[in-house]
Design a protein around this ligand. Structure first.
Ligand code: HEC
Length: 276
């Protein structure tokens, strides 16, 4: 995932800095924890304990989606944490700022090689934006994202919790296009939406995240934006309107093809006829 709202985090960070003055050292030294719930109960793991696991390696990541360059991390293979995955489920990564990435388990079990990068306390990672927070303490990275079709939205960072979940469309049937063929553009567009947009935008009031506006309620952007501008906005929001706090990332042609945007728009248009 790329840019997203960091104001709340920055605010929290500055409050935290102010509070630091009044806090005992034992509180400051509190280790970040990762919560994991793979259906057998909630477990909490401290960063230092994770870094001491025997499966931890130093990995090299080309084309890192958060930092847009080559990166090196101490990391655990995701499988060492989540075990065997049921391939019809999703794995839900919840970040500290409310961003939620639902990654299909079949992708995690596939050829993309997902690792959980862990930010060591003594060698912090760079800030994502000048003066802001890093991608840590826990960040999902992929060693072979290209062929596996992993989108930048499927690199959740600042992870607080990993849990199994039923697929989005099973939990929220109101996001499914009705009375369309399985291979129709609208049906393919639902997949494009789920992988790239659902991490921030709800649709028909449904979804795990609300970082961006609902894409069908009260109106769909396919209704109130002229199509060429909507396409431009998806490719590069700042090319349509631009302000400092804008938090929507652009989707370049190597992430979403023109054909995938066609499918996505077919899905959004279909949903205008399916408002609850
Ligand atoms: C990382 C979060 C994030 C992702 C992922 C994301 N968006 Fe957005 N989007 C936003 C936010 C936040 C806004 C509000 C404007 C802003 O801050 O840029 C927005 C605004 C929009 C708007 C303009 C709505 C309006 O009424 O102004 C459209 C259309 C849109 N997004 C479509 C999409 C589509 C389609 C996708 C998937 C291909 C997508 N977005 C992915 C966060 C995101």
């Amino acid at each position: 995932m790329m840019a997203r709202a960091s104001t709340i985090l920055e605010l929290l960070a500055s409050c935290a800095a102010a509070l630091c003055l009044a806090m005992p050292a034992s509180v400051l030294a509190a280790e970040p924890k990762l919560a994991i719930d793979m259906g057998t109960g909630l477990q909490q793991f401290e960063r230092s304990a994770l870094l001491q696991r025997p499966e931890v390696r130093t990995i090299e990541v080309e084309g890192d989606a958060a930092y847009h360059r080559h990166m090196q991390y101490r990391a655990l293979p995701l499988s060492a944490l989540v075990g065997e995955l049921k391939t019809d489920a999703d794995v839900q990564f919840t970040a500290t700022d409310g961003f939620v990435a639902n990654v299909p388990a079949r992708l995690l079990a596939g050829t993309g090689q997902p690792w959980l990068a862990i930010e060591p306390a003594d060698t912090p990672w760079p800030a994502l934006k000048p003066g802001g927070a890093s991608a840590g303490p826990f960040y999902l990275v992929w060693l072979a994202p290209g062929k596996a079709g992993i989108s930048p939205e499927q690199w959740p960072y600042q992870i607080a919790k990993i849990a199994t979940a039923l697929p989005l469309v099973v939990r929220y049937p109101q996001i499914a296009p009705k009375n369309v063929a399985a291979d129709s553009p609208a049906q393919r567009g639902l997949q494009v939406y789920s992988a790239n947009c659902a991490s921030c935008h709800p649709i028909n009031g449904a979804g795990d995240a609300a970082v961006g506006p609902d894409l069908n309620l009260p109106h769909s952007p396919t209704e109130y934006l002229q199509e060429p501008y909507l396409r431009k906005l998806i490719r590069n929001p700042a090319s349509v309107r631009s302000w400092k706090q804008s938090a929507m990332p652009g989707f370049a042609a190597d992430v979403l093809s023109d054909a995938q945007i066609d499918d996505l728009l077919a899905y959004l248009r279909q949903m205008t006829g399916q408002r609850p």
